[in-house]
Design a protein around this ligand. Structure first.
Ligand SMILES: Cc1cc2nc3c(=O)[nH]c(=O)nc-3n(C[C@H](O)[C@H](O)[C@H](O)COP(=O)(O)OP(=O)(O)OC[C@H]3O[C@@H](n4cnc5c(N)ncnc54)[C@H](O)[C@@H]3O)c2cc1C
Length: 383
């Protein structure tokens, strides 16, 4: 059992941390305030090699699954909004292609991402949230094309994406067997961005409606086999859980660091907050939560690296625990800051808002518990 990163991974972590301290942290509050997407920073990230992480070497990728998780955590620690864009571009949005795409799709789309392209994953619809098989977006084959009609909602990177992987059904009466996966380029006629949501947090990354109106895409843009789209979507979400766990750990670490520094500095009743037992206990619980969340997260990254696919139960556990631990940590950070934690002069206010989504997207906490219970009750596993 080895809980240490390799020397190469440690060097990578230092590189990402230095990059984020210089190029991301100074602007994160401003992006949160304006909601502007930092295209320039994404370009710099790609130039620094951050958009190649985790992809196979033959398509220009570098390093490994653990490195990708390191990058997700480090970026989230300074800007959760930028981290969700990163996660969708390299992970969730691309998994359908990296896991099920044709050679042509991989060699066309992966190098675009390594150069800094932004990608979205369009699954959720108004009537298909947790129940993804209920999706209503339709596709039909017409000669050389598939024609897509329908609307997606809440799609991260929706406004910025250069292309989107998405899902539609041929015939709703076929249930999940009617669903197929597709990749759609942003300038395809019939494809447009609709409502842009005003969100609680993650401000530099958009969450939007995507509209397909007689949107014609070449037959070559189906991803995976026809009728296997539901599986493609679930496998992408399974693989992506660890990145949301890492995002939650990164936000929690930022909130913790801020709270510890503040507790050492702020005096009440003639003494630093850090000298008060009530505050010390909060700090101890926060440190323990972060450590446990990080261990669960990196266990999944390491297992995925070894086994070539994400372990289902452990991924759901990591996502569930890390997101709820992050909630507890951010809550306590605001508590330690007192009234100052509720105003925008201090970043803990932003961490508190940004954290909340980690319990909701890519499967709510309830859906993670259902997955874990199903595995435990059905699988005869020890835990
Ligand atoms: C900022 C943001 C970004 C997003 N990004 C993307 C994206 O990039 N791509 C994408 O496709 N989607 C995205 N989503 C959508 C997100 O994944 C869904 O919102 C999420 O899966 C939950 O679906 P829902 O909102 O419809 O909630 P619902 O499914 O309506 O759930 C509502 C509540 O009921 C509970 N519930 C539902 N079913 C059950 C059950 N069987 N048992 C117990 N409890 C249950 C849920 O846990 C939740 O508490 C994003 C959402 C947001 C807010």
């Amino acid at each position: 059992m080895d809980f240490e990163l390799t020397e190469e991974q440690k060097m990578f972590q230092t590189m990402v941390r230095d990059f984020c301290t210089k190029e991301v942290e100074p602007y994160a509050a401003e992006w949160d305030e304006t909601g502007e997407f930092p295209y320039e920073t994404v370009k710099k990230m790609a130039d620094a090699g951050l958009y190649s992480v985790g992809f196979p070497e033959e398509y220009g990728g570098t390093l490994d699954e653990v490195a990708f998780v390191i990058a997700c955590e480090e970026i989230a620690c300074v800007s959760a909004g930028l981290s969700v864009s990163y996660i969708c571009s390299l992970g969730l949005g691309m998994y359908p292609i990296t896991m099920h795409g044709t050679e042509q799709q991989k060699s066309h789309y992966i190098p675009r991402v390594t150069k800094g392209a932004t990608v979205a994953f369009g699954l959720t619809e108004a009537m298909a949230g947790s129940d993804v098989a209920a999706l209503e977006t339709k596709y039909a084959e017409e000669g050389e094309y598939y024609v897509l009609n329908g609307n997606k909602i809440f799609i991260s990177n929706g406004a910025e994406a250069d292309f989107v992987t998405t899902f539609a059904t041929k015939d709703r009466s076929l249930g999940y067997r009617g669903i197929s996966a597709f990749v759609v380029d942003k300038d395809t006629p019939g494809f447009s961005v609709g409502k842009i949501e005003k969100k609680m947090g993650l401000h530099p990354a958009s969450a939007t409606e995507l509209i397909f109106e007689d949107c014609k895409i070449p037959l070559a843009n189906m991803v995976g086999e026809e009728g296997r789209g539901f599986r493609v979507a679930l496998e992408a979400i399974d693989a992506s859980r660890v990145t949301i766990a890492a995002q939650a750990v990164g936000i929690a670490q930022a909130a913790f660091d801020a709270a510890v520094a503040y507790a050492k500095e702020r005096k009440q009743f003639g003494t630093e907050l850090a000298q008060m037992q009530a505050i010390q206990w909060m700090i101890a619980d926060m440190a323990t939560d972060i450590d446990a969340a990080r261990l669960l997260t990196y266990r999944v990254a390491s297992l995925t690296q070894q086994e070539g696919r994400a372990p289902l139960k452990e991924s759901a556990m990591a996502k569930l625990f890390a997101s709820e631990a992050s909630h507890r940590v951010c809550h306590k950070a605001v508590q330690i800051f007192g009234g100052y934690g509720y105003v925008k002069d201090f970043a803990v206010e932003r961490y508190y808002r940004d954290q909340r989504i980690t319990e909701l997207y890519e499967g709510t906490s309830e859906m993670q518990r259902m997955t874990i219970a199903r595995q435990v009750l059905g699988g005869g596993t020890r835990t």
